[in-house]
Write a protein that binds this ligand. Structure first.
Ligand code: GLC
Length: 744
């Protein structure tokens, strides 16, 4: 009898536990429905409205909405951006708690590459090809931001970009869909951590959906005109990767795509994102982009703009006020169904529940936790780690690098040698202390012993005065080695920063030329958020490090590389052109009917008659202080059926005297296909550490997914035929090659 009672009690316990666990897990949809039923239409519309705080606008102010705190109290605001810090988010959340239904606000912020500790700009981090380091960077940014009351970052920006004239190339992961997809995944995982509801997790936002990186002429906010085939092959994959990684939100883009503004683009937002891909999060417009459909000439007024945007799948209205002003009337006029509004509200409320904001609207606003978490030592170390991994060694003739720490003297010259704030690049936040930023000069100073440091600025970044040249020449002549810190104006990349001329600015190359004339060993550091053109320097400077904008730890990371504490392993995630005239230039091009070969003399040159067809530095390029030898490529079969795989192995040997990492890259080409396939596509890579004389065997696996592509009907297919497989140190430095056939 007793055992029967025990079994009965155990069953009751199981039923109760099931209810608690599964009932709890499934309660969010039920809670959302319950709340939705209580909401008036005005309150529903309020949830779709996002305002910027009044501190710093990250877009043009086009609305005058009066006191935003009062609007929050009236239930007219679902989210606020550009307000961060526990003290300030608390004030706005308290206002939300005065609204009738006490629906908590979402606080959104552009936490693009760090929060209080600034990390390298995203394009720099992409050069590390190190997914762990990139994820860690986003993880630290999220941890700091969440501790300061932020629920949602408008990142990662996953726009593929092949045009370095476009200022926002700095925010993404470069030109390649495969690398860009892996980085999108790493960043979403970094931002969202163990999942929404954890106090160190923030919602990610895959942006800008889509095509924005292909603006015509590289001109900011310009139109985008591309085939749907290119859209699916090149620009969509990183967004799909971000969605598969669990990105909670998407942001659409300012551009029109083939004549339809992304914000009002049903094909993108409903057919692809919410339909084919099954996205369950919500879509926010980019700043004012709903209202900007009037400027586009796509709608005649704000009323039509709101109608088009909500029906096309844009859930939240950032800063255009179009939804607040028009949706009620649109429903009354039966131009918008309340069902469509309910769907958008559901998506937004679901995220607020998942973040735990209904159970505690202030859970992210703990002043003590904010103090404990910002600027932690381990976070500073993470910033230094990813910064040094982001540096790309473009040239190193006569082994100028690494430098000895026992030199008598080093001349440090250039306008970037002592800058601090600039090292953060754009899309950095005014959090943290500028004194925590390590300049190039300070980084070198902290690493050299008795070596005497000589300094001259030499010139400004953009000024054309040569008054400083003499002093620079003088100290260069006196020193054992010269380090020049040069670069682009720090705020010449980012939003609204397209440049028609991407040369190293003003007279900086003249200063480099003057210093080269001293004949001293010279290292040039180049800082920028984009590829620049610097042909004289590329041809004549013996050693060049591309150091991007590396954030707080720039000086330490650069010194780590200069003195060999860290052997650089960065690889370019984007092609560097010889001239703006070559743009767009990228590695995964089609062969064409008259392939461009610089070494073939013909009356019909398949390139420019006045310039080589090759880039200055290719996608995947990056040197090391050591050398690597690739040998013994083996594939386990020459013919592969669709459901089979091919295993590719090869050896890499460190043939130099320094331990170092190599990013071995794996490319494929389908020799004959319809439609065409590029001359090569990155399909894998491995970053491997090797001691001097050490050899490791690397393995890549080819499956049909790596061979698939979109046909003219935009179906993902594979086609039988011959493939070339290539392994190398860069897209233009292929070391091993073989081929195989995919058979039906
Ligand atoms: C900006 C940017 C977008 C950013 C948003 C909020 O205009 O286009 O990337 O997240 O507005 O600041």
């Amino acid at each position: 009898m007793k055992s029967v009672k025990l079994i009965f009690l155990f069953c009751l316990f199981c039923i109760f536990s099931f209810q608690v666990v599964f009932g709890q897990r499934n309660s969010i949809p039920e809670k959302v429905e319950k709340l939705l039923k209580k909401m008036t239409l005005a309150e529903k519309i309020g949830q779709l409205n996002q305002y910027s705080g009044n501190w710093e606008a990250t877009g043009p102010i086009t609305t005058n909405v009066g006191n935003k705190l009062d609007a929050v109290k009236r239930g007219e605001v679902g989210s606020i951006l550009n307000i961060y810090g526990v003290e300030h988010t608390t004030v706005f959340q308290q206002a939300a708690m005065q609204s009738r239904l006490k629906i908590p606000l979402l606080f959104g912020q552009d936490v693009i590459h760090g929060f209080s500790i600034t990390f390298p700009v995203p394009l720099a981090e992409a050069a590390s090809w190190d997914m762990k380091a990139i994820e860690k960077s986003a993880r630290v940014a999220a941890t700091e931001a969440a501790a300061s009351g932020v629920h949602w970052t408008f990142a990662p920006m996953v726009d593929i970009a092949r045009d370095p004239r476009w200022g926002r190339v700095m925010e993404g992961a470069g030109e390649d869909p495969y690398l860009g997809s892996l980085i999108a995944t790493a960043r979403v995982h970094g931002f969202q951590g163990m999942g929404l509801g954890n106090l160190d997790a923030v919602m990610a936002c895959a942006k800008h959906f889509t095509g924005y990186g292909d603006v015509i002429g590289g001109r900011e906010y310009n139109s985008v005109d591309m085939s749907l085939h290119t859209l699916w092959e090149v620009y969509l994959p990183p967004f799909k990767a971000a969605l598969d990684a669990g990105a909670a939100t998407f942001m659409n883009s300012f551009n029109d795509l083939n004549g339809v503004p992304a914000t009002g683009n049903k094909y993108l937002q409903r057919d692809i994102l919410k339909g084919k891909w099954g996205f369950k999060g919500f879509v926010v417009s980019d700043w004012g982009s709903i209202g900007e459909m009037i400027n586009h000439g796509y709608v005649k007024d704000s009323y039509e703009a709101a109608q088009v945007a909500i029906n096309a799948g844009n859930d939240m209205d950032m800063e255009s006020d179009s939804y607040l002003k028009n949706l009620a009337k649109l429903v009354a006029d039966k131009k918008v169904s309340e069902r469509v509004i309910d769907e958008a509200v559901r998506r937004i409320l679901t995220k607020k529940y998942e973040l735990g904001l209904f159970s505690d609207p202030y859970r992210y606003s703990d002043a003590d936790r904010e103090k404990r978490i910002l600027n932690r030592k381990e976070h500073v170390e993470a910033a230094r780690d990813v910064a040094k991994k982001s540096i790309v060694l473009l040239k190193n003739e006569h082994q100028v690098l690494p430098l000895s720490k026992n030199l008598n003297s080093i001349a440090i010259i250039g306008p970037m040698a002592k800058v601090k704030q600039e090292l953060k690049g754009t899309w950095s936040l005014n959090v943290g202390n500028v004194n925590d930023i390590v300049s190039v000069y300070e980084g070198i100073q902290q690493q050299v012993g008795k070596t005497k440091l000589l300094y001259a600025k030499g010139c400004d970044v953009t000024d054309t005065s040569r008054a400083g040249f003499a002093e620079a020449y003088k100290i260069a002549s006196q020193a054992d080695v010269v380090v020049m810190a040069m670069g682009e104006q720090f705020d010449w990349t980012g939003e609204a920063k397209s440049r028609s001329n991407i040369h190293l600015p003003a007279i900086q190359e003249d200063l480099i030329k003057a210093v080269i004339a001293t004949g001293k060993p010279l290292v040039v550091l180049l800082m920028a958020g984009r590829p620049m053109v610097f042909n004289y320097t590329a041809d004549h400077a013996p050693a060049i490090l591309y150091t991007w904008w590396l954030g707080n730890q720039a000086g330490n990371a650069i010194a780590d590389v200069l003195f060999g504490n860290y052997n650089p392993a960065g690889k370019l995630p984007i092609t560097f052109p010889r001239s703006e005239g070559q743009i767009p230039i990228y590695y995964n091009y089609f062969n064409t009917g008259r392939p461009a070969h610089d070494d073939v003399q013909t009356n019909y040159p398949p390139s420019y008659i006045d310039l080589s067809n090759t880039p200055r530095f290719a996608f995947g390029h990056g040197l090391s202080y050591t050398t690597f030898n690739y040998t013994n490529l083996q594939i386990n079969k020459k013919n592969m059926k669709k459901k089979e795989t091919i295993t590719v192995t090869f050896n890499i040997t460190n043939t130099g005297k320094y331990a170092g990492e190599e990013v071995a890259q794996f490319y494929l080409r389908q020799m004959v296909a319809q439609p065409l396939r590029p001359v090569k596509e990155l399909k894998g890579f491995e970053k491997v550490m090797l001691e001097p004389n050490e050899t490791k065997t690397i393995t890549f696996t080819i499956n049909s997914d790596k061979l698939s592509f979109y046909n003219e009907q935009l179906e993902k297919i594979t086609q039988a035929g011959e493939f070339s497989l290539m392994v190398g140190s860069a897209s233009d430095d292929i070391r091993l090659q073989d081929n195989f056939t995919l058979v039906d």
